[in-house]
Design a protein around this ligand. Sequence first.
Ligand code: SF4
Ligand code: SF4
Length: 360
Amino acid sequence: MRLPLMAADPTKIDEAESIKMLRYALDRGVNYLDLGYPYDMGRHERLTRLLSRGLEDGYRQKVRVGAHLPSLLVGSSSDFDRYLDQQLEWLKTERLDFYLLGGLNRDVWPRLKELGVLRWGEGAMADGRIGGLGFSFHDHFQALRDILEDYDGWALAQFQYSYMEVDRLPGVSGLKYAAEKRLAVVAAEPLGGGRLAKEPPPSVAKVWADAQTTRPPAEWGLRWVWNHPEVATLVSDMSTMEQVAANVALADGAQADSLTVADEVLISRVRDAYRKLRPIPCTTCRGCMPCPQGIDVPRLFELYNDAVIYDDMETAASLYRRERHRIDSCTDCGICADACAREIAIMDWLKKLSGAWDKK
Ligand code: SF4
Ligand code: SF4
């Protein structure tokens, strides 16, 4: 059964209401709970301890739980045990069903591999602290393929997948490849972190209006993801009981391979209308990488383009801080601009982005 996963922002938490939402979902068949990527361990601890209370009274047995290694914080191999044991303690459990190496990409994965994370993961499975080893991922198809080729024991892969990512990060090719390798694929952010469910910009609203559809955009977004038989489940942030009830009801009626050709055409029109709003013509090809200062230019351009097309600079600024980008370390060396086949004025754009985010 493909059902949405509960997640929550601990800064806005009403504990009693959150536990009620969690249990409502679990009582109706939600069977996978993702603790989310721990950018900030203090925040992660608060959320995990809250969920542990929600999972009392027999609810832990109703759901599979996945937690993420905070890869960005890992400095040595001893951190693997330290973070896992902390998470087990906060959740008051002796075992996590899945442990995901968090935020893998072409830079993070070689570093963890070098530190012996696979050997460590095999040990944690052998001693029973984790049921299966997986990873969350943010990069293109080739990087996903490299990770899958490096180890044949992966149980689960989680990456961003909405109708805006059909051909990127790692897109439908990555989805099919991972499923062929018999991994459970978890689609994260099926509504673009909620942004595809918001009031759309006028050009996108016109596409929906011309189609005379009675389904709201959020329903279209979820149905589009569920339409893929390769998706094992999807995980979506929900902050109100109404959202939980609506998503659980939608999940009950969701079917793979149920969208018509006309439905797919409508979604591709919506996608094109959004993409026309992107101010930076970056394809995230990563041809400009690596930067000697460690600046992830494609990711920054992706954050900015998303901020503009979804009219949501606040989320982009928050991700910029959480992912610890530092545009101010740019030395204007020009290596990235020389390598960009699309001749994007990268340094000019970086100054603009720095103005938008570094001063907040
Ligand atoms: S110009 Fe800045 S972002 Fe580009 S490669 Fe040089 S240091 Fe990195
Ligand atoms: S090379 Fe140009 S198009 Fe490719 S990721 Fe870098 S900035 Fe974007």
